[in-house]
Design a protein around this ligand. Structure first.
Ligand code: FCB
Length: 472
């Protein structure tokens, strides 16, 4: 195995005692069984079945067939020795129409999963919304309308009532930036819309939905409640004033329109001066900011890579890359470093910088959990029946070291979840992008732990030994 030598752990940056390790997935990316046991369609079913929307026409119809193979996947988690597992509940599996009649078989599925996890000592973290909006709600306006936020709260209440006694940590939304802007402005994700105003309305309603769901989760008395954001470390392409201004616009859209209302009770002043849709849009109600800013127990952060932006006006902007909320920004890639198969540059120090910057800007920030970090690589099963993914090991080691550096600098990070447990349906990029610690053969659905899986297990064991936590 090409993992760092076992004696290499002594040199690995220390993380605090009690730091938690886990792996993450999302329902539509792994479950399959898209028409089984009463599940309703989601926007991702519609989108992936629309010709030309996903790489090679891939869909999540079968995915990893986790719906049927979850006992095997729970066993993989147990063997991995993780403290926790982050998965998402499929809203249309519980409520096929988004609202109204409940699907008991859907409820039972997550009951079994949660109980199986607990039986092997793996703490469940639930994401309520990882992008699979029930199609019936999209047909009535989707996130453009407030009724969807209200429906989300009712769904959150249902899940909390059923699973609240056993789930330690609850994430309302995963990456609302992507739901709003990649889904409703760029159109690269479901529902594939290219609208400016619609995306701003969606951003606001996602936050309102978060606030309403938090209220329901609190009322049900569940454990910890938070949200997961994909915050970006944004670099300017140059020190020209127009590029610095582009950086300001991108930072506002990617980060501050989420962090400011959640942690400072306001939309950023810059947003009001430029787009104004969030601060002053007709969809905004008087007490929305109070609702959105209700205290959280943690913030989930997903990180993969930094971005560099330039003003679109004086660079040849690729119209395909521009959001329909036209912020006059184009993305460049000046990083002279290795790139993953997603085309993403590997820049671990950007992770430390992002976490430290977040901490500086928001002194009142709740504890941070890294809810996703990982890499897609050109993994192959070799003749020995194994997957030697040395580059993934390097990526994870460097990014964990970057987290350790942020912790040493005073950022309160409590845990780190690898994206992902399994190779899976990587949204519009289909099945060619492999992010898993476990290789999945999509013809036979055979699971094969990669070298990185064994490496991660070694890391967790070494951490427990070093901090004198009992081995598992
Ligand atoms: C994140 C998503 C996750 C996965 C990774 C690679 O944006 O939350 O589902 O696709 O990217």
């Amino acid at each position: 195995m090409t993992t760092p030598a076992q004696d290499g752990w002594a040199a690995f940056p220390e993380l605090p005692a009690g730091f938690r390790f886990g792996a993450a997935t999302a329902a539509y990316q792994i479950e399959g069984a898209h028409q089984e046991d009463g599940r309703g369609p989601s926007v991702w079913d519609t989108f992936s079945h629309t010709p030309g929307r996903t790489h090679g026409g891939a869909t999540g119809d079968a995915a990893c067939d986790h719906y049927h193979r979850h006992p095997e996947d729970v066993a993989l988690l147990r063997e991995l020795g993780v403290d926790g597992y982050r998965f998402s509940i499929s809203w249309p599996r519980l409520l096929p129409e988004g609202t109204g009649p409940v699907n008991p078989k859907g409820l039972d599925f997550y009951d079994r999963l949660i109980d199986d996890l607990l039986a092997v000592g793996v703490a469940p973290t639930v994401t309520l919304y990882h992008w699979d909006l029930p199609q019936a709600l999209e047909d009535r306006g989707g996130w453009r309308v407030r009724a969807t936020a209200e429906a989300f709260a009712a769904y959150a209440a249902l899940a909390a009532e059923r699973y609240g006694d056993r789930v330690e940590r609850w994430i309302t939304l995963n990456e609302p930036y992507c739901s709003a802007f990649v889904g409703y402005a760029e159109g690269r994700h479901a529902p594939g819309a290219r609208e400016g105003r619609g995306a701003l309305a969606a951003a606001h309603h996602l936050l309102v939905g978060h606030g309403l769901a938090v209220r329901e989760l609190r009322a049900a008395g569940v454990g910890e409640v938070g949200i997961t954001l994909n915050l970006d470390r944004v670099h300017a392409a140059s020190t020209l004033p127009e590029d610095l201004a582009a950086k300001r616009r991108a930072t506002t859209l990617h980060n501050e329109i989420w962090t400011e209302p959640l942690f400072a009770g306001r939309y950023p002043a810059y947003e009001r001066q430029t787009w104004g849709g969030l601060a002053d849009g007709p969809w905004r109600r008087a007490d929305d900011l109070e609702l959105i800013g209700a205290p959280l127990d943690f913030l989930g952060v997903n990180f993969y890579r930094p971005i560099t932006v330039a003003a679109a006006a004086h660079r040849a902007a690729d119209p395909e890359q521009r959001t329909a909320v036209d912020i006059g920004v184009t993305e460049l890639d000046p990083y002279r470093t290795r790139h993953t198969t997603m085309g993403w540059p590997v820049v671990p120090k950007a992770f430390t910088e992002l976490l430290c910057e977040l901490h500086r800007r928001h002194p009142q920030l709740p504890p941070v959990w890294i809810t996703e970090n990982g890499t897609a690589e050109a993994d192959t099963l070799t003749a020995d029946g194994l997957v030697h993914d040395a580059q993934r090991i390097d990526y994870l080691a460097e990014h964990l070291a970057a987290v350790a550096e942020a912790v040493a600098a005073g950022v309160d990070v409590r845990g780190y979840y690898v994206w992902s447990l399994l190779d899976n349906f990587e949204w519009a990029r289909g099945y060619e992008q492999r992010f898993g610690l476990v290789h999945v053969d999509f013809d036979t659905l055979t699971r094969t732990p990669k070298d990185s899986y064994h490496w991660f297990r070694g890391l967790i064991t070494a951490h427990r030994a070093r901090t004198e936590e009992p081995a598992r």
